[in-house]
Design a binder for this molecule. Structure first.
Ligand SMILES: *Cc1c(COP(=O)(O)O)cnc(C)c1O
Length: 381
């Protein structure tokens, strides 16, 4: 293939063709029903998600961010409380803690999995700590055994931020059902993408499920009685109906991502082993250490300070990549008043300078993947 057509990180239009008729039917069904907020499409989608994720309760919400906020609200977390979360994650994980009035307490991550380091979690627990939010970053489960053990020992809640990890497993069970609450996102770039914003909250506790359902609609039992103050965190019927078309294909999408990851790993492994001449390898490949990594991202580490140079080179060669995340959350201006010190997060800071996400989406063509590998090889030779 020629390099005329840009290789992008994600082209969500490529999945449309196969689904077009089904999407059109779903659209018509909702439009003609006259029922646009919640209702039967949302209920149907919730049931199908609960089955897929093997959880008792699945509650559709307006976004992954709102899933986190409503989860924190349901656990009565607010001013005076501390919540432990990774510094190396998407902004919403900590932003939601801040928005309920609690304090995000950041921890460093593991250099191999990029996930929250349980040893650092243990160091940061104190009498104000109320919850831990592990993030299953890039599609791989965090070290849940260690985190759940710490939570149990100190009576803390666990909210899984599974926004990037729908269908990922920890010890052969889907993530999102291990902690008190699980939070998912259907932002278009996630493994199950909607056509707009959408999210999901999961729990194994029916009481908590009922509370989340109330909080989703202004904390109301019905239209006029409000035992709680909630918000408008509802999922649109249209998004639910369109997501119901895509959910049965999620396994195929996941397998395609895993297949792409295997091909990258196979084709880049020689470079990752380093040259005999000058020792250090120019890149480090991602590692799957859990029973099912779903590769929302395929993130390599570029050594010797050459990450930005490689990204620029690939861009010139019509290949898009991305840096998740160039700034850790403890470095964000909005959290400056919390006075976090860079020295406390050495691994995350190093990763923010080395990581590069390669195109991995389900519809990426083999010729495109080969082109990415070829250009990376050319850059390093
Ligand atoms: C995408 C994402 C969110 C937020 O989801 P939205 O649907 O975009 O609000 C939260 N946490 C993580 C780790 C994410 O990747």
């Amino acid at each position: 293939m020629t390099t005329n057509e840009r290789i992008v990180l994600l082209d969500p239009r490529r999945s449309l063709e196969n689904l077009w008729q089904d999407l059109q039917q779903a659209f018509e069904r909702v439009m003609r029903s006259g029922h646009y907020i919640q209702g039967p499409e949302v209920e149907g989608f919730e049931k199908e998600c609960a089955d897929y994720l093997k959880v008792r309760e699945a509650i559709g919400v307006s976004s992954g961010t709102d899933a986190l906020i409503v989860a924190l609200m349901a656990l009565d977390i607010g001013p005076g409380d501390e919540v432990i979360c990774p510094t190396f994650t998407f902004f919403a994980t900590a932003g939601s803690i801040w928005r309920v009035g609690a304090k995000p307490v950041f921890v460093d991550c593991d250099p191999v999995t990029f996930n929250m380091d349980p040893n650092d979690v243990a160091r940061k627990i104190n009498s104000k700590t109320k919850a831990i939010i592990p993030v299953h970053l890039f599609g791989q489960s965090a070290d849940l055994d260690s985190i759940l053990a710490l939570a149990k020992k100190h009576s803390l809640f666990v909210i899984e931020d599974a926004a990037q990890a729908i269908g990922a497993h920890y010890q052969n069970r889907p993530v999102g059902g291990f902690g008190d609450i699980g939070c998912f996102s259907f932002f278009p770039a996630k493994n199950l993408g909607a056509y707009g914003d959408a999210g999901l909250v999961t729990t194994q506790d029916p009481k908590l499920g009922q509370k989340i359902r109330m909080l989703r609609t202004h904390g109301g039992l019905n239209k006029y009685e409000h035992p709680l103050v909630g918000g408008n965190f509802r999922l649109d019927a249209l998004q639910a109906a369109l997501l119901r078309v895509r959910l049965p294909h999620l396994e195929n999408y996941t397998q395609a991502r895993q297949h792409n990851a295997e091909r990258y790993t196979q084709k880049l492994s020689q470079m990752a082993q380093g040259g005999k001449k000058n020792g250090q390898a120019p890149l480090i490949l991602p590692k799957s250490v859990t029973t099912r990594h779903v590769y929302n991202q395929y993130v390599v580490r570029i050594k010797n300070g050459r990450r930005d140079a490689l990204q620029n080179f690939l861009r010139e060669q019509h290949i898009d990549t991305a840096v998740y995340y160039p700034l850790c959350l403890h470095q964000q201006e909005c959290f400056r008043s919390l006075n976090y010190r860079a020295e406390d997060f050495p691994v995350s800071q190093q990763l923010s300078r080395e990581v590069l996400a390669l195109p991995i989406y389900a519809e990426l063509r083999e010729s495109e993947l080969n082109q990415v590998v070829e250009k990376i090889t050319a850059f390093f030779s």
